[in-house]
Design a binder for this molecule. Structure first.
Ligand code: SIN
Length: 293
């Protein structure tokens, strides 16, 4: 059993994110240690632990402390025998990607086109690409949707308070295809499971009560009570505000990192700057969330 005494929290100094030190996720966490981790997670939106050596079972067990684990609709990209683990990877075996190679390659918050989007996603870095000169590639950039809300013009806050925006999985996949290309197949079965859904433009964090901007360019196709011709440019404007560099934290991966993000408080982008010849492999476990309000 691991006790809280050895643990410390080091904020990144950016608008979100903190490193948790002195915790070995391969060991059971006592309730006080877990409570401090959960509190840091709710407060900072992104937390990470360096140098972890954990099994797939230990990653799943850690995720289960935060809620029920989801199985991704892209089941062909899940670890064989362990569908709780989604492989995020550009690695190919027998001419096929072993996981999702396009995951996260445009700004988004996970599965917002679901009626009940996930609370958090937890990545364990197994292989991290490096250029010939040693530069680490394949960073992930996070943007604070809470800080973005706080900095929004009062006029926009009052104009959009109580409004809902429609999120479309099909629109998201089409936008990603146009922007960076898609390596996954979007099947009629996926689309059937993910009909467009309306969520508040300003979502409230269920624990901290902070308001978060919850729209994504390309994925959100309208705002209720507004003509499409007005809504779509407004969504783009709000989203550009959300991903402004002043609200960002950029994570440079090391093998053994375990990092988790809050899908209410932040959006993220996986930087695809490493091509096909350098390997990147992440194990992702996703935890159920609650209906946005
Ligand atoms: C994701 O959005 O799940 C992928 C993030 C990453 O690979 O950095």
């Amino acid at each position: 059993m691991q006790a809280a005494a050895s643990m410390s929290i080091a904020p990144t100094g950016a608008a979100l994110g903190a490193e948790i030190r002195g915790v070995d996720l391969a060991r059971d966490l006592d309730s006080e240690t877990f409570g401090r981790i959960e509190e840091a997670f709710d407060r900072h939106g992104v937390i990470f632990f360096r140098g972890q050596t954990i099994t797939v079972e230990q990653q799943i067990a850690f995720a289960r402390r935060f809620g029920n684990v989801e199985i991704n609709v892209n089941t062909q990209a899940c670890l064989q025998g362990r569908p709780e683990v989604l492989l995020v990877s550009n690695v190919k075996e027998n001419g096929r990607y072993i996981g999702l190679a396009d995951a996260g390659t445009t700004w988004h918050t996970d599965m917002s086109a679901y009626a009940c989007p996930p609370r958090c996603s937890i990545l364990h870095a197994i292989e991290v690409p490096r250029a010939a000169d040693g530069t680490v590639l394949g960073d992930t950039i996070f943007a604070s949707a809470a800080a973005a809300y706080d900095a929004l013009a009062p006029e926009l806050k009052s104009r959009l308070e109580g409004r809902r925006s429609t999120h479309s999985y099909l629109a998201k996949m089409m936008a990603r295809k146009a922007a960076v290309g898609l390596t996954r197949e979007v099947t009629p079965e996926h689309l059937e499971k993910t009909p467009p859904v309306a969520h508040p433009v300003f979502r409230t964090h269920p624990v901290t009560g902070r308001k978060c901007l919850y729209v994504t360019e390309g994925e959100c196709i309208g705002i209720d009570g507004m003509a499409e011709a007005d809504a779509v440019p407004l969504i783009s404007r709000l989203h550009r505000h959300l991903i402004d560099p002043r609200f960002q934290y950029r994570h440079r991966w090391r093998v053994g990192d375990v990092l988790m993000w809050d899908n209410c408080t932040c959006q993220h982008l996986a930087v695809r700057d490493y091509g096909e010849s350098l390997r990147r492999l992440m194990h992702r476990v996703t935890v159920n969330g609650s209906v946005p309000f």
